[in-house]
Structures are given as C-alpha cells and as structure tokens.
Design a protein around this ligand. Structure first.
Ligand SMILES: C[S@@+](CC[C@H](N)C(=O)[O-])C[C@H]1O[C@@H](n2cnc3c(N)ncnc32)[C@H](O)[C@@H]1O
Length: 233
C-alpha cells in the first residue's frame, strides 16, 4: 500500500493520507463491498424518483457513481470530512451533476425538508453513539416528506461473542485476499481509535426515535449491515 496512513492520526488526517490508495485497498478489505452498495440501490422505493441526493461520507465516490447511474437526472451532493478524498471523488465523479461539500457529521449544515434521498456507505460508524443519534435527527430534518434514508455500515454484534466472531470472520476474509499483516494492523489500530460500532437493534431504535418509519434491515453480512428508513409523507 502506498501512503500508509498513521492509525493514530485524526479521522480526517487518516483519510487524507489514504485517499490515493483507498480504491486499491477497499475491495480486499471490505467483504462484498459492491454487493452491499448494489443492494442499497435495489431497495430504493420505485415511487421515490429522487432528484436531489446526498451521499454522507462519500469517500472516493464509489457509491456516488452508482447513484448517478441509477438516477441519471438527479443532482448529488457528495459530503466528506477529508478534503483529499473529496478531490479523488471529484476526479472520479466529475462536476456536471455532483457538488462536493467538506463537512463533519458532527456539525452538519443541511437544507431543511429538501433532500429526496440520503445514502451512506461504511462511514457513520466513525462518530460516537450520541453523535449518530444527532445525525439521524439532522438527516430526518433535511429530508422532504416521503424522503428516504438508507445506509450500509459496520455494526457491533448483539453479544460480545458474536462481535468477536465477526472480527475473526473478517480477518479470515482479509487473509484470503492477501491483505499484508501490517495493513490489517493499521485498520485494527484505526478501528480502536476512531470507530464506534453500535448494534443493529440500537440503530433501528434511534432511527425510529428521530421520527423515521418503515425502518428495516435489508441485508447483512458479518459486521456490514444495510438499514433503510423513511420520513412519512
Ligand atoms: C470507509 S470510508 C467510506 C467511503 C465510501 N462511502 C465508500 O463506501 O467507499 C469512510 C469515509 O467517511 C468519512 N468520514 C469519517 N468521519 C467523518 C465525519 N465525522 N464527517 C464526515 N465524513 C466522515 C471519511 O473521510 C471517509 O471518506
């Protein structure tokens, strides 16, 4: 891996350093990476026809590209904390239909009741649990009535034993993809310092508390889980 990030740096600096190599490593580090994003798109309600979409924690723009393809008339806002990774996203997704916003989930400044669809992939676990609950309320406020929030992310197991097993299964996957030990250790150090996994049950409850209905779990593999929620019309 080139430009190996320091796991002890802030999340912003970590992803700044990782930006150039992110697309090379994500496929060997996240099992079923494309499948989880493709499934997210498959379950967007047919009646939604989104024109204004927000991708939270867009990274290099891999999910952004997929939503652009799925909704060729939509405008997309790609939001991330890291300026360097937003630059890569901009090179990957262009400027015609995407605007780029450097913002922290902890201090979101979004328009009220305007967005049709908010998506996110493997990003929300970077903020702690009270911040997740605040984020869910902010997303709810930003959606127009009938709007949808759907995200895939890493979640904690319901028990310590299940969570422990998740980590073992993930390590076996990384070994099978030839992830070098130092790269695995870098992820694990980063996880210890910057990742906050909550359970599926907790996050579904927080979505309902934020005001969402139709809260459901649509897909799950080891840590990675896809949730959906809707703001009533
Ligand atoms: C694992 S990457 C996922 C990127 C992309 N969504 C994907 O699926 O490939 C996590 C992303 O979340 C961003 N991120 C982490 N914490 C954030 C925060 N507090 N506010 C905004 N973005 C954040 C990181 O900069 C990084 O680009």
């Amino acid at each position: 891996m080139t430009g190996r990030p320091n796991a002890e740096s802030s999340t912003e600096a970590f992803y700044d350093d990782l930006a150039a190599s992110y697309n090379d490593i994500i496929y060997r580090c996240a099992p079923r990476y494309e499948e989880m994003q493709d499934t997210l798109l498959e379950y967007i309600p047919a009646d939604l026809q989104p024109e204004y979409i927000l991708d939270l924690g867009c990274g290099t723009g891999n999910l952004t590209l997929k939503v652009m393809e799925a909704f060729p008339h939509a405008q997309v806002v790609a939001l991330d904390l890291s300026a360097e990774i937003l630059d890569v996203a901009q090179r990957q997704c262009g400027d015609d239909r995407v605007s780029y916003l450097q913002q922290d989930f902890n201090q979101l400044d979004l328009p009220d009741s305007r967005i049709d669809l908010v998506v996110s992939s493997i990003a929300i676990h970077h903020i702690d649990d009270p911040a997740k609950q605040r984020l869910f309320r902010d997303v709810f406020a930003s959606l127009r009535p009938g709007g949808v929030f759907t995200f895939v992310d890493q979640f904690r197991g319901e028990t310590p034993a299940i969570y422990d097993q998740h980590m073992k299964v993930w390590k076996r996957f990384a070994d099978s993809k030839g992830v070098p030990p130092e790269e695995w250790e870098m992820w694990m150090e980063h996880q210890e310092q910057h990742d906050y996994h909550a359970t599926v049950g907790e996050q579904m409850e927080w979505l309902a508390e934020a005001g969402f209905t139709q809260v459901d779990c649509l897909w799950k593999h080891v840590l990675w889980t896809l949730l959906t929620a809707r703001k009533e019309s």
